[in-house]
Every structure is written in structure tokens, then in C-alpha cells.
Design a protein around this ligand. Structure first.
Ligand SMILES: NC(=O)CC[C@H](N)C(=O)O
Length: 302
């Protein structure tokens, strides 16, 4: 496994410099694009890594996975009355479907869907952002994980589009709490900083029928785990989900901080990080590294 990672590293490193760092907020625009790391956690809890795998970065939309899992734990099947499970085929922050589909977001991994899920967690926890932070600390076995306040504040300052989708859901009766309160929780979650090692460990339960090796805890039932993995496969990469399934063939979730988590069910969990993004908002080298990985291991869920 270690030599596989070393080979992938050699393959993708010449591509450093391709893509563009997220610049919708100043706090992310200044991240050094010349970084690349990858970590793998197998189902015996062995960890393999290469490059900048210990560098903490803004997890951004990868937080949508943990947000969803916390809500599933509490709301179970009822959750799917407020959020759908269809791919959107549109950019992650698009608003167009939301109006003609009566304020029900297509899936939990586009921004509107994650905001609806954050609204559910807001109703459930006295302090939703701390519930989330403690959850990822437990999953990664790393008590140091915390959010970058400058990133969270900057996201809040530039909140117009996310606020618009939350208010639209509220107009349709699909939002219980004050929009601004939920936005604060949502942006805090996006601003959590974790490394590839933290993230590969944190999602090990998705490769292991819902059981987290690091936390030694059953996080989801095996069938809930399959549901989350299927949603990751169909919607985790936004409007690149189709070609990601075609090229990589794994459930995955990206964030505009440049991270991508992916799962080889029954075998291992992966996190890649490289901040420069392709036009769909997914890490350019991250997608290339995962494409190379599945080619090398000759494996796909399909
Ligand atoms: N795709 C992403 O990572 C987007 C997350 C970002 N914080 C937003 O809400 O726009």
C-alpha cells in the first residue's frame, strides 16, 4: 500500500500548479496551491500516507458527510421527507431547482441540502457546532481538531447565496430555525480544519459497515452506511459526479478547501488533499490521484 501511494505521488506531482484555489472568500484565496497529500486507513486500522498528509486544511463540504450522519442518528428515515436523494446535476450552490421543487433540496450534499440538515441538527442540539466538533474529534481520535474562526467569519460575511437558499426553504416551510443561527453552525462546520490522516480515519466507518475503528464505535447501521455511500457515489462530487463515477468508481465527497474523501467499501477509506480546484469545484490533483489509485488497485464499486 505504501509503495502504491508513493507511485501515485510521483505520478501527480508534475501536475502541481494546475487548477485554481477557491477565491470566494479571502481566507481561502491565500492558501498555497502547491500542496498535495494522501492518506489511507485500512480496515485493520493501518494508516499509510504520503506528501502533505498531516497538514490541516479547511474541510468545507466534506463536513456535509458528518452533518448528515449526525442527523441520521437522530431522525432516521424521517430525514428523507425534508431532503431528497437524487443527484442535482448542477453546481453545489445552485438555487434553480429549489423553487420548482417546493423547497425540498435534491440531496444532502448540495448546499441547500446541507443547510436543511443543519437546520435539523440545530433543532436537536443545544450547541450544534460543538456537537459536530466533538463528533469529528472522536472519529479521528484527535482532540486538537477545531474550526478556523477567520474562515467561518468570512463565510458569514459572504453568506448571500447560502442565506437565499435557506430563506427559500423557510418560505416553503422546510426550515424550522432562524436562518442566521443555522448559517453560523453550517459555516463553523465548513471551517473545521483536519488533515488527510484525520479525515481518512474519520470516515473509516463508511468502509467498515458503519463501525469506526478509531472511535471503536458503531456510527451507522450497515444499511444506513450503504445509503450514505450510495449518496456519495451519486451526489458527492456535484456536477462532476457522473465522470467521477466513470473514472474513479468510488463513493466520494469533495470540499472547496481541496480535500476529497473516498471509500472502498469493505477495504479502506482515503483522503486526498490539494487546494487547486477544477471548474466544478473539486480538487484537480485529488481527482487525478484517485483515478490513478483505482486504476492501480483495479477496483471499482461498479
Ligand atoms: N463545495 C463546498 O465546499 C462549498 C462550501 C462553502 N462553505 C459554501 O457554503 O459555499
Amino acid at each position: 500500500m505504501q509503495s502504491l501511494l508513493n507511485n501515485i505521488y510521483q505520478e501527480v506531482i508534475p501536475m502541481l500548479g494546475q487548477g485554481k484555489v477557491a477565491d470566494y472568500i479571502p481566507a481561502l484565496a491565500c492558501v498555497d496551491p502547491h500542496q498535495f497529500g494522501i492518506a489511507i486507513c485500512d480496515n485493520e486500522d493501518n494508516l499509510f500516507s504520503v506528501g502533505d498528509a498531516h497538514t490541516a486544511f479547511s474541510i468545507q463540504s466534506i463536513s456535509k458527510v458528518f452533518n448528515l450522519v449526525l442527523a441520521i442518528n437522530h431522525y432516521g428515515e424521517g430525514l428523507w421527507q425534508r431532503v431528497g436523494c437524487e443527484p442535482s446535476g448542477l453546481p453545489f450552490n445552485s438555487l434553480v431547482q429549489l423553487e420548482y421543487e417546493n423547497g425540498i433540496p435534491r440531496n444532502p450534499f448540495i448546499n441547500a441540502g446541507a443547510l436543511a440538515i443543519s437546520d435539523m441538527n440545530q433543532s436537536r442540539f443545544a450547541s450544534p457546532h460543538l456537537a459536530m466538533r466533538d463528533f469529528v474529534r472522536r472519529l479521528a481520535a484527535n482532540p486538537e481538531i477545531s474550526a478556523n474562526r477567520a474562515v467561518a467569519d468570512s463565510e458569514f460575511e459572504y453568506r448571500a447565496r447560502n442565506a437565499a437558499s435557506a430563506y427559500l426553504m423557510k418560505a416553503f416551510g422546510n426550515f424550522e430555525n432562524e436562518v442566521e443561527d443555522v448559517l453560523h453552525s453550517y459555516f463553523y462546520n465548513c471551517a473545521l480544519e483536519m488533515s488527510c490522516v484525520d479525515l481518512a480515519r474519520s470516515v473509516s466507518f463508511l468502509a467498515n459497515r458503519g463501525h469506526s475503528l478509531c472511535a471503536d464505535e458503531q456510527i451507522l447501521t450497515p444499511s444506513q452506511t450503504s445509503q450514505v455511500n450510495s449518496l456519495l457515489a451519486t451526489s458527492g462530487m456535484y456536477n462532476e459526479a457522473g465522470s467521477f463515477a466513470f473514472q474513479v468508481g468510488l463513493p466520494g465527497k469533495s470540499g472547496v478547501g481541496g480535500g476529497i474523501i473516498a471509500v472502498v467499501p469493505g477495504r479502506f477509506s482515503i483522503c486526498v488533499f490539494s487546494p487547486a480546484l477544477n471548474p466544478m469545484g473539486n480538487s484537480q490533483l485529488g481527482v487525478a490521484a484517485l483515478t490513478s489509485l483505482t486504476k492501480h488497485i483495479n477496483w471499482s464499486v461498479y
